[in-house]
Write a protein that binds this ligand. Structure first.
Ligand code: GLY
Length: 320
């Protein structure tokens, strides 16, 4: 399926922009489960806004991790995407969120899983990264830690949009007939990777997980190496797609290793998605940012919302 592009940019031109060297740059995705039948216009606008928010942080002297986080917060707050507000719901009809971040210079990382009362789980993940000796915190412990960090309780009902509630009602009816496992199909996640002018990289990823998942189910998103990875010696990557498959091939890490072996981020992204399909029969996508400023993206689903922003550009370029 051919992509929709914001602006007059062809696929070939987009590829050459990905291969352009030099930071600062930001690349984001809005999930590989983007519905092919919806109007792409607001999706493209949301993707661009996120990439631009990340680049703004870099241009103001912020770190790559600050930039990736800023982009991720914009996507979490945009109800079009499956993360934060607008997240897909569990089989019990609640939002249950996962997120992680990683800094490529220090290899510091943090994640939260199965949190239900945090508006921006990527900020809680950052607190785990910066403020604890841990890498992953889950459930009530993660929420208690978030409160200690000053993150207020956010009612779960406010994370649930009318669209997700209607979708849940429909699936809930279907699950009574076909069984719950057969309706746990749709994918979606958001992610951002950033590279600064000195080649320092970082990545952030956040999701509501798979639609109608069991409460307590964790996917790839909060796991370093699977959903998120960053190492200045290789690259930064953020995955999207079927978490159970992504976990098996450690897709974010695999893409970064490919860059370390000399592949461009664009080819590394394609090879990581091929690995996902060949070894784990998974569907999904990935974004990659190399320390030399080259970027990459790939997906084997009909659509993946994505955008790039580079220093010197008037605005970000998006596709879906
Ligand atoms: N990739 C998101 C999830 O499976 O939870």
């Amino acid at each position: 399926m051919s992509s929709h592009f914001a602006g007059d940019v062809t696929q070939a031109e987009f590829d050459s922009l990905l291969d352009q060297k030099g930071g600062p740059a930001v690349i984001i995705h809005g999930g590989a489960g983007t519905d092919p039948d919806v109007d792409p216009t607001p999706i493209l606008a949301g993707a661009r806004a996120a990439a631009e928010a990340g680049l703004k942080v870099l241009l103001a002297g912020g770190s790559a991790l600050d930039a990736a986080q800023a982009a991720a917060v914009v996507l979490e707050d945009d109800p079009q995407f499956n993360a934060g507000t607008g997240a897909a719901l569990t089989s019990e009809g609640d939002a249950e969120l996962d997120a992680s971040c990683m800094d490529g210079t220090t290899l510091r990382g943090g994640g939260v899983a199965c949190v239900r009362t945090i508006k921006n789980p990527i900020i809680a993940a950052r607190h785990v990264c910066d403020g604890t000796p841990h890498v992953l915190m889950v459930g009530q412990g993660a929420e208690a830690f978030a409160r200690e960090c000053g993150i207020p309780v956010y009612p779960n009902a406010l994370l649930v949009t009318a669209k997700q509630r209607a979708r849940w009602e429909e699936l809930h009816k279907l699950a009574q007939i076909e069984g719950a496992d057969s309706v746990r199909k749709k994918l979606g996640t958001i992610g951002a990777c950033a590279v600064d002018a000195k080649g320092r990289v970082a990545a952030c990823t956040s999701t509501g997980g798979t639609v109608y998942k069991r409460p307590g189910r964790g996917g790839d998103t909060p796991i370093l190496g699977a959903g998120t990875f960053a190492d200045d010696h290789e690259a930064a990557a953020s995955s999207t797609g079927v978490g159970e498959a992504i976990l098996k091939v450690q897709m974010a890490r695999a893409a970064c290793v490919y860059v370390g072996q000399g592949k461009s981020p664009r080819v590394a992204a394609q090879d990581a998605v091929a690995l996902l399909k060949e070894r784990a029969q998974g569907d999904g996508g990935i974004i990659v940012a190399g320390p030399d400023g080259r970027l990459g993206w790939a997906h084997n689903t009909p659509r993946m919302a994505r955008a790039i922003a580079r220093a010197g550009w008037a605005k970000a370029l998006a596709a879906v």
